[in-house]
Design a protein around this ligand. Structure first.
Ligand code: HEC
Ligand code: HEC
Ligand code: HEC
Ligand code: HEC
Length: 390
């Protein structure tokens, strides 16, 4: 048996060399920038070829037209405007045109609206979109410590797609078959949301939905009992850190002096921005996306039945500042940089496909609307059911 091992090894290396030669393998050109003091090993390495593709994919679309802020308010002109009521008619129409381009350029207005009755909330996409407007306003108003003056619009995440390219959901497959010996502690498979490593696979739930502490570093040389974290927590933290690094297309050294991962006074300022980013993402996921669970159809959820959630890559898409730090907000000041009403309807009463108006309690919640068209009339029976149930 033993004799075969060297043979196998050399055959293996020959094959490897052959495959490099065959494919004309060459090291990719890498661009290196020093970002810390000499001797600290703090560099960012970037694959030059990938940079071109990233630049092409991160161009900000222009506003369809400059909106006139004067004129009657949307709330007085339309029947069911609950968040954007303060916009002028022109601003409102400009915003509808923009979100169509950002979220559903192919389906158009009908992705969110029944064209016969624009006021009805019968398509779940419209109910989600209204909540997303509140969410984007909250990002720009409450999370300036992260998004600064650049801020975010729907385009930052959606990029012309109804479901953003980068999201996460609870990742626990394949489930261990049974008894204790087969428990793999949630790791040792390809962690989809942990950069394809074999680190713990479902950690974004702990850190980017729940607020589990991200503290594993001991501050004393010997285990004195002050640090409750063990190897398990450390591995989970690294899985999150790999997600963060991959999302921004950076190395650990963008935020840490690896001499001491814990030391804030030795960390670049980006680490503080990232700290606020972690809290912002928890707010987005816990207070906006998770709440929409009853509204999303099952086909739009992950294998565990949870809604798709936001991670660092949802906005960053592989670059250190989303869209290279170019702001789109100047064209949407009234729609996205201030908060409209923040009240939330009871989504558990939502009946998809029914002519209805979802509104917070006290504001005619989930009231069936007068059907104004043929389409609405077809839906009337379920509207009546809803009244009967109320
Ligand atoms: C991504 C979803 C989405 C798309 C696409 C969309 N809308 Fe809307 N629309 C909404 C939401 C959400 C509201 C309610 C806003 C609020 O409550 O503040 C709304 C409200 C309206 C209203 C007010 C209706 C009323 O009487 O209450 C009109 C008119 C309207 N949209 C027109 C359009 C037009 C025209 C297009 C296509 C250019 C369009 N929308 C595309 C989500 C969308
Ligand atoms: C921080 C990132 C982020 C921002 C900003 C954002 N969205 Fe979303 N949106 C998501 C994610 C993630 C989903 C997918 C949720 C799911 O499928 O479970 C989603 C889903 C949606 C859907 C449902 C699509 C479908 O087909 O199921 C609509 C409609 C939508 N967003 C509209 C908007 C609008 C309009 C804006 C701007 C006012 C906006 N979003 C801003 C992350 C974002
Ligand atoms: C985009 C910035 C960023 C990048 C990139 C990053 N980290 Fe972090 N790291 C943070 C922040 C912020 C915290 C603290 C989080 C908190 O307290 O909520 C942290 C915490 C940690 C901790 C825990 C420190 C302690 O006090 O116990 C470790 C370990 C760590 N990071 C390792 C890494 C490794 C390894 C990498 C590369 C794979 C990495 N980080 C990449 C921002 C970053
Ligand atoms: C809602 C979109 C959004 C999400 C989600 C998001 N970011 Fe950001 N992030 C931004 C914007 C916008 C900026 C640019 C702010 C500026 O230039 O003032 C930024 C800037 C940063 C920076 C500073 C970059 C620099 O060089 O100055 C870091 C670091 C960062 N984000 C880390 C993260 C991490 C880590 C996460 C996930 C926990 C995250 N971000 C999630 C929008 C987002």
């Amino acid at each position: 048996m033993k004799l075969w091992i060297p043979f196998a090894v050399s055959a293996g290396s020959l094959l490897t060399i052959a495959s490099f030669v065959g494919a004309g393998w060459d090291a990719p050109p890498v661009e290196t920038t020093q970002i810390g003091s000499r001797g600290t090993g703090m560099y960012i390495h970037r694959d030059v070829e990938k940079q071109e593709a990233l630049k092409a994919a991160n161009v900000v679309p222009p506003a369809p037209w400059q909106a006139d802020p004067a004129g009657d308010k949307a709330r007085d002109l339309y029947e069911n405007v609950q968040v954007l009521g303060d916009l002028s008619d022109d601003q409102f129409n400009q915003f509808m045109a923009s979100i169509t381009e950002w979220v559903a350029p192919e389906a158009g207005c009908n992705y969110c609206h029944n064209p016969e009755n624009l006021a009805s909330d019968e398509l779940y996409q419209k109910v989600v979109a209204r909540r997303m407007i509140q969410m984007t306003q909250a990002i720009n108003v409450d999370w300036k410590a992260h998004v600064g003056q650049v801020g975010a619009t729907c385009y930052t995440c959606h990029r012309g797609q109804s479901i953003p390219t980068n999201y996460w959901y609870e990742d626990v497959e394949p489930k261990p078959a049974g008894n204790m010996t087969q428990n793999r502690q949630g790791q040792n498979v390809v962690a989809k949301f942990g950069g394809g490593t074999s680190l713990p696979q479902n950690v974004l739930k702990d850190y980017l939905l729940d607020a589990k502490p991200i503290r594993v570093h001991s501050t004393t040389a010997l285990p004195t009992g002050t640090n409750p974290a063990g190897t398990k927590e450390t591995e989970a933290t690294w899985s999150l850190m790999v997600h963060m690094s991959e999302s921004l297309g950076v190395n650990c050294t963008t935020c840490h002096n690896t001499r001491a991962f814990n030391a804030w006074d030795e960390s670049p300022p980006q680490r503080v921005t990232a700290w606020h980013g972690i809290r912002m993402v928890r707010d987005i996921n816990a207070n906006y996306l998770a709440g929409l669970t009853p509204v999303f159809p099952d086909a739009r959820k992950g294998p565990e039945g949870d809604v798709f959630k936001v991670g660092c890559a949802t906005c960053h898409a592989g670059v250190q500042k989303p869209l290279y730090g170019v702001s789109m907000l100047q064209d949407y000041v009234d729609a996205l940089t201030k908060k409209g009403p923040t009240a939330v309807p009871d989504y558990s009463t939502y009946q998809p496909g029914t002519t209805q108006k979802m509104a917070p309690a006290g504001q005619s919640s989930a009231l069936p609307m007068t059907p104004t068209s043929q389409t609405a009339a077809v839906l009337l029976p379920s509207t009546q059911n809803q009244t009967a149930n109320d």
